[in-house]
Design a binder for this molecule. Structure first.
Ligand code: PLP
Length: 362
């Protein structure tokens, strides 16, 4: 079979195994998992692998991705991680639970839920220091009071998100603060909060070291499941597969060339003025992949190649071997940015390498 290039090779069994190990680990302390599919554009077969591995919910930041999974026949509670105000009608129609931080959005959700004769479930996000989304703790009680007055909306939980914008680590202090808020809100409003969602792949270190998870009973995991890493120090989690995704691109030129350009230096394709070191004549390889397909800093090539630079549709590598020729394959492993960008590129074909032993191409 002539394999398409560039392509991303995806091992569903490795994703399923990663999910299984994480879900056993977290479930041991009473924590359920939401499998987060945004980095893979809600790819239904990956969502299915997560479900086989034991996640109780599928969470994504985009309604379009959730619709794709529903249309593929996946039925599990869907959670919307980011509320798009202009899409509330569709959110109520297609999503079971959404994360929220604005009363105006809740009012819109309430009004559409009334029209659609539905109860829309919400988790209220609390700001605990990372400064992305969340209601400020000092306003939380008033916020909940207002939210409770809205019809057709049910507050089923609270949550927080750390280590995404401010890089703030989940620790005993902020996790305990979330637990204390649960106790205090349940008491003040005589309510029962079912989901206490403590964070994302950055919670791994806290989870491993803490004696007591408090009221936290849910975590939302994307990167740990997909790439087998925690995200505070980007350390591999023992026992997990870190290479479930492999990028393969084809060499379209391989020649010995000087390492210093000739002529007067102006700007490159992206407005930067490049700077070069003279390393003599080198074997230079061009692969058919560029910034339009992949965030270059997100690709890790094997040791035979060193990344020199890239433009919209070419990546230039220094090769230790002169035997590399046009038509050869170059492989790269991916970090989160690499995964996000290559999965988003329409030019990178997705190959599932191990569904029933056959190769399925999308
Ligand atoms: C993306 C996202 C996650 C998942 O983050 P990972 O680091 O991939 O585990 C969890 N929660 C929210 C709100 C998100 O936006």
């Amino acid at each position: 079979m002539n394999l398409f290039m560039p392509r991303i090779e995806i091992s569903l069994s490795q994703i399923r195994e990663n999910t299984q190990i994480l879900s056993d680990l977290y479930f041991g302390k009473g924590i359920s998992l939401m499998g987060v599919t945004k980095a893979v554009l809600g790819e239904p077969s990956i969502a299915k692998a997560m479900i086989q591995g034991g996640v109780k919910y599928i969470a994504d930041s985009r309604v379009e991705n959730i619709l794709k999974m529903k249309n593929a026949g996946i039925s599990i509670p869907f959670v919307l991680l980011r509320t798009p105000l202009s899409q509330v009608e569709s959110v109520v129609r297609n999503v079971d639970i959404s994360l929220n931080t604005e009363i105006e959005t809740l009012k819109e959700l309430s009004s559409h839920a009334k029209t659609q004769n539905k109860i829309h479930q919400v988790v209220i996000m609390v700001e605990l220091g990372d400064l992305r989304e969340g209601v400020m703790p000092c306003n939380l009680s008033q916020f909940i009071r207002q939210a409770l007055s809205l019809s057709n909306i049910k507050i089923i939980g609270i949550g927080c998100n750390l280590a995404c914008y401010g890089g703030i680590k989940p620790d005993d202090k902020n996790m305990q603060e979330l637990s204390e808020w649960v106790d205090s809100l349940e008491k003040e409003f005589q309510m029962d909060l079912k989901i206490i969602s403590g964070g994302n792949s950055a919670n791994h270190e806290w989870f491993n070291s803490c004696q007591n998870v408090g009221r936290i009973n849910n975590i939302r995991l994307g990167e740990s499941i997909l790439l087998g890493r925690e995200t505070v120090g980007r350390k591999e989690i023992p026992g997990l597969h870190a290479g479930a995704f492999q990028l393969v691109a084809e060499v379209i030129e391989s020649k010995k060339k000087p390492s210093l350009p000739t002529g007067n230096i102006g700007q490159d394709a992206f407005g930067n003025v490049p700077d070069f070191k003279d390393r003599g004549i080198r074997q230079r390889v061009i692969i058919a992949l560029g910034n339009q397909d992949a965030m270059p800093s997100g690709l890790n090539f094997n040791k035979k190649f060193e990344f020199l630079g890239s433009s919209s549709d070419h990546i230039i590598l220094d090769s230790v071997y002169d035997s590399v020729k046009a038509g050869d394959e170059v492989r790269a492993s991916l970090n989160y940015g690499g995964l996000l960008s290559t999965m988003t590129s329409p030019f990178v074909r997705k190959h599932f390498t191990d569904c029933n032993g056959s190769l399925v191409i999308k």
